[in-house]
Design a protein around this ligand. Structure first.
Ligand SMILES: NC(=O)c1ccc[n+]([C@@H]2O[C@H](COP(=O)([O-])OP(=O)(O)OC[C@H]3O[C@@H](n4cnc5c(N)ncnc54)[C@H](OP(=O)(O)O)[C@@H]3O)[C@@H](O)[C@H]2O)c1
Length: 316
């Protein structure tokens, strides 16, 4: 253990960080050891990671001192914040500030910051194609992360900025899977028109991050976007139909309709999908499949992901 470089992983019990922990543990000869950071070291998930060989350290993103302590002695760290736990961009940015400060204090050699675009660089607040939300954002869960990139740069933390993509796992966990239409068919609802969505199996994000740590210094200061496939809603519906053995119709609602769905975060996500559509070429272009595969040779296509996960998609 002692000659291996320790990677501290925020979100180790979650989707992104969990994929990275598994990738490090699987590659016993890879030269890295993993330290899982969690608020609850006694949880079943944390204990399972410890049993598999991970160090486990208590840390809370709202508590900079706890982060500094948990990062001590590590070579690098993977940082992700969970907007959907609190829906507050200000809180997310406070956590990113704590992460940058703790990384600086701990003298980390390589940080990966899981970020997204500050969409206001493409759609300024004055642009009324989509509503401004919470007074100062277009896509709050994107903008907060993108704005926070500067915390790492300004603090002089050696950082790779990882642009993630839409998880296909949202079809399982986020209520975005196809739903019955009442006539025996399923409807897959997404406000993407004919445009392509950059999607990924959530676990592949962590696996790509592992590829970035393996590449090391050459990736510092770079922005790297990843995706498993770029697919239209119609292509996704066709793949779903094949995997589920049911007719699946693509229901291409407008972003305006989506914003009006009324569930928590619907406006944020409606704006996000509109951003994907209006800037499709940029967005997919920034998430090269070739680069993603070079970082993670096991990168899954949507079909691969469905073969493993279609039965987990709730259809009711
Ligand atoms: N869904 C998508 O399509 C998508 C796409 C791109 C980006 N994202 C972004 O992904 C982020 C969520 O990542 P995820 O999906 O990997 O999360 P997740 O599976 O929901 O798990 C959340 C993780 O964050 C940790 N965490 C949350 N608050 C913490 C705190 N205060 N201190 C320490 N750890 C904390 C949790 O650890 P413990 O509970 O063990 O402490 C847990 O491991 C969101 O910000 C979202 O915007 C999502």
């Amino acid at each position: 253990m002692s000659d291996r470089k320790i990677i501290a992983v925020v979100g180790a019990t979650g989707a992104q960080g969990g994929g990275l922990v598994q990738a490090i543990l699987k590659d016993a000869q890879g030269g890295f050891a993993v330290r899982a950071l969690t608020r609850e070291p006694g949880s079943a998930k944390a204990k399972a990671l410890a049993e598999r060989g991970a160090q486990v350290a208590a840390a809370d993103l709202d508590d900079e001192a706890s982060l500094t302590k948990a990062l001590a002695g590590a070579h690098g760290a993977y940082f992700v914040t969970n907007f959907w736990e609190h829906f507050s961009p200000d809180k997310e940015q406070g956590q990113a500030r704590n992460l940058a400060a703790a990384a600086k204090h701990a003298g980390l050699k390589h940080v990966i910051w899981s970020t997204l675009e500050d969409t206001r660089k493409w759609v300024p607040l004055s642009d009324d194609r989509m509503p401004t939300l919470m007074g100062k954002f277009k896509v709050p869960h994107f903008d907060a992360k993108g704005e926070a990139n500067a915390y790492f740069t300004d603090a002089g933390v050696p950082t790779t900025f990882l642009l993630t993509s839409f998880y296909w796992d949202n079809l399982i966990h986020f209520g975005m899977g196809p739903k019955p239409t009442g006539d025996g068919k399923l409807a897959f609802t997404m406000p993407m028109g004919e445009k392509k969505l950059a999607g990924i199996a959530a676990e592949d994000i962590g696996k790509c991050a592992y590829g970035i740590f393996r590449k090391g210094a050459e990736t510092i200061g770079k922005t790297i976007g990843i995706a498993g496939e770029h697919l239209t809603g119609a292509q996704m519906a066709a793949a779903l139909a094949k995997a589920l053995g049911r007719e699946v119709v693509y229901n291409a609602v407008t972003a305006e309709q989506y914003r009006g769905f009324g569930f928590p975060g619907a406006e944020d996500l409606g704006n996000m999908f509109q951003f994907y559509c209006d800037f499709e070429e940029y967005f997919c272009g920034a998430r090269s499949l070739q680069v993603s595969r070079s970082l993670n040779p096991e990168l899954q296509s949507f079909g691969d992901w469905l073969a493993r996960n279609a039965s987990r998609i709730p259809l009711a």
